[in-house]
Design a protein around this ligand. Structure first.
Ligand SMILES: C[S@@+](CC[C@H](N)C(=O)[O-])C[C@H]1O[C@@H](n2cnc3c(N)ncnc32)[C@H](O)[C@@H]1O
Length: 219
C-alpha cells in the first residue's frame, strides 16, 4: 500500500514514477481496491514489480515470503515463475491467509503458493531450503530475527528483499508520525545497519516504495 506521498521522495517524482508503472490486470486492481477499503497494508505495486523482475532475473524457483496479507506480492512472484516454482508464504492471521488463498486460486496459481498460518518465528525454523529469494514484510521489530533464520536457508547468489525499511521517512529523519512507531522505527534503524554491513550480504537500501533493503547472499 502507498506510503504517504512525498515522505520518501518528492511528490513530482512519485507522480511521474506512478505514471510509468506497468498496468495491473483486473484481479490485481480488485485486490488493491479491497486492501484500500479495508485498511490492509499490501505491498506497493512498484515493490511487487521489483520482486517480479528479481524472480525473473535470478530465475527463482523457490521464494520465501514473511507476511502474506491478501497475497498481492505472491501473485506477482508466482506468475514470474515456471510451473515448478513455489512461493512459501507465512502469515499469523487466519483471515488474511483465507483471503490470500481465494485470490491465488482465482489467479490460477494455487499449485505455486504454499501457505503457513502461524507466527513467522515459529514457522521459519521448520521450513526446508534452499530459497532463491526471501521477501520480509511482517513485524518490523522482528526483521533481524527473520533474516538470521532465513539466511541459512538461502543459496549463495540468492536475494533478500525487506519492505518498509525507511518507514514513511521516520527512520532517516527520526521524526515520528506517532509515538506508536518509536519501537519499530528504532528497530528498523538497527536492522538497516545490520543488513548493509552483514558479512554474508552485498546489500543496499533503495528508495523504492516505503524503502527496500536489497541484498545478495555472497557467502
Ligand atoms: C505488510 S503486510 C504483508 C503484505 C504482503 N506481503 C503483500 O504482498 O501485500 C504484513 C502481514 O504480516 C502479518 N503478520 C503480522 N505479524 C506476523 C507474524 N508474527 N508472523 C507472520 N505474519 C505476521 C500480518 O497479518 C500482515 O498480513
Amino acid at each position: 500500500m502507498k506510503a504517504q506521498v512525498g515522505l520518501i521522495i518528492h511528490q513530482e517524482q512519485e507522480d511521474y514514477l506512478e505514471r510509468l508503472l506497468p498496468e495491473r490486470d483486473l484481479l490485481l486492481r480488485e485486490m488493491e481496491r479491497f486492501a484500500d477499503e479495508h485498511g490492509i497494508p499490501i505491498t506497493d505495486p512498484e515493490v511487487a514489480t521489483f520482486l517480479e523482475i528479481t524472480v525473473r532475473a535470478i530465475r527463482a524457483k523457490r521464494v520465501l515470503e514473511v507476511g502474506t496479507a491478501i497475497g498481492y506480492a505472491d501473485i506477482f512472484m508466482a506468475r514470474a515463475m515456471t510451473p515448478q516454482g513455489k512461493v512459501v508464504t507465512i502469515d499469523i492471521s487466519a483471515e488474511m491467509i483465507e483471503k490470500a488463498k481465494a485470490y491465488v486460486k482465482r489467479a490460477g496459481l494455487e499449485e505455486r503458493v504454499e501457505f503457513h498460518n502461524d507466527p513467522a518465528l515459529t514457522v521459519i525454523p521448520t521450513i526446508e531450503g534452499p530459497f532463491d529469494l526471501v521477501y520480509l514484510d511482517a513485524v518490523k521489530e522482528e526483521y533481524r530475527d527473520y533474516l538470521d533464520l532465513a539466511l541459512p536457508l538461502m543459496r549463495i547468489g540468492g536475494v533478500v528483499v525487506c519492505d518498509n525499511v525507511l518507514w514513511r521517512g521516520q527512520v532517516a529523519s527520526g521524526r515520528l508520525h506517532a509515538e506508536q512507531y518509536r519501537r519499530s522505527t528504532e528497530a528498523l534503524r538497527g536492522f538497516n545497519d545490520y543488513f548493509v554491513h552483514h558479512p554474508q550480504l552485498l546489500a543496499q537500501i533503495l528508495p523504492v516504495g516505503d524503502g527496500l533493503a536489497y541484498g545478495a547472499k555472497v557467502k
